[in-house]
Design a protein around this ligand. Structure first.
Ligand code: FPP
Ligand code: MG
Length: 295
């Protein structure tokens, strides 16, 4: 991973703007899941660290924009750039990182450049759907999963496919792996929003529903409730809710096994991902660690 960090540092330096270097230095790199995947799939490719750096810059840019869109005050346990520097700076920093990543991407094989570039269109479509879907309570599981695929899984899928091309491995199988890992990862993230505390999350707990996001446990809960209770859940959607209301949601979810049901789907998707790359023990281990994260 040191090679990826060095590539990222080199790209930031090449931007040649002190304000960007200083701001970028304050950002937490996060788990670097996408970069790790690329290095695991294409460990011997000399181009893999640069590809990983590009994908991490795109991901970082998307989070800067996402925090503006969500009006998030924190990111990865620290104050978000939009909160500390204002939305204008956060948007522009995102644009700079994103365009720098793209100027590097064009030096790659056309097929790789196309896969990564179109995944960014997909993730932007997913983000737009996410915003629109938060306007009203969404109880449609399929619609939710389609949005999740676009918003979170496409860049992971693209990273896995691009790395497979670099390594001369099966592109389709690695795509299936990346897609299902991405979906499973996001579902677990949605579960953790409900089951973890603020300290562990690095952002406020139970915040998705306040932001209007009806994640899987909420969709399952809605379908399990009696009609009066359904009305109550709908009345709480996209509002600041108090302790008692939060507790009511959590108790009802517990009663109807909604978190468990969501976790079962995450496990099924994870198994599909494992199945696609069963012979690659390291890729399987990434999935196992991810599932463990939710305990
Ligand atoms: C986080 O979702 C958001 C994403 C994974 C994608 C955001 C995508 C864009 C803003 C469009 C692409 C833009 C560029 C510049 C590449 P979340 O809000 O559910 O997760 P969170 O809890 O981590 O904020
Ligand atoms: Mg967000």
């Amino acid at each position: 991973m040191q090679r990826v960090e060095s590539e990222i540092a080199r790209l930031i330096e090449e931007i040649d703007y002190d304000a960007v270097s200083r701001l970028f230095a304050t950002l937490s790199g996060g788990k670097r899941l996408r970069a790790k995947l690329i290095l695991k799939i294409a460990p011997n490719s000399p181009e893999a660290p640069l590809l990983a750096a590009i994908v991490e810059l795109i991901h970082g840019a998307s989070l800067l924009h996402d925090d503006v869109i969500d009006d998030a005050k924190t990111r990865r346990g620290a104050v978000s750039v939009n909160a500390s520097e204002g939305s204008k700076i956060a948007v522009m920093l995102g644009d700079i990182l994103y365009s720098k990543a793209f100027s590097e991407l064009v030096s790659f094989d056309k097929e790789i450049a196309k896969i990564v570039a179109s995944s960014v269109t997909a993730l932007s479509k997913g983000e737009m759907q996410d915003v629109k879907m938060a306007d009203t309570f969404n109880d449609d599981e399929e619609k939710y999963l389609r949005m999740l695929y676009l918003k979170t899984a496409t860049l992971i899928e693209a990273a896995a496919m691009a790395a497979a091309i670099l390594a001369g491995k099966d592109v389709e199988k690695h795509g299936v792996y990346g897609k299902n890992l991405g979906l499973s990862f996001q579902i677990i993230d949605d579960i953790l929003d409900i089951t973890s505390d603020e300290k562990t999350l690095g952002k406020p707990a139970m915040n998705d529903f306040v932001e209007g996001k009806c994640t899987l446990p909420y969709i399952y809960l809605y379908h399990a409730l009696e009609s009066e209770e359904k009305k109550k859940l709908l009345s709480l959607h996209a509002k600041q809710i108090d302790k008692e209301q939060t507790q009511w949601i959590q108790e009802k979810m517990q009663e109807h096994g909604c978190v468990l049901q969501s976790f079962e789907l995450a496990k099924t998707l994870s198994n599909e991902a494992m199945h696609a790359v069963a012979e690659d023990k390291e890729l399987v281990a990434i999935l196992e660690n991810m599932i463990q994260r939710s305990y």
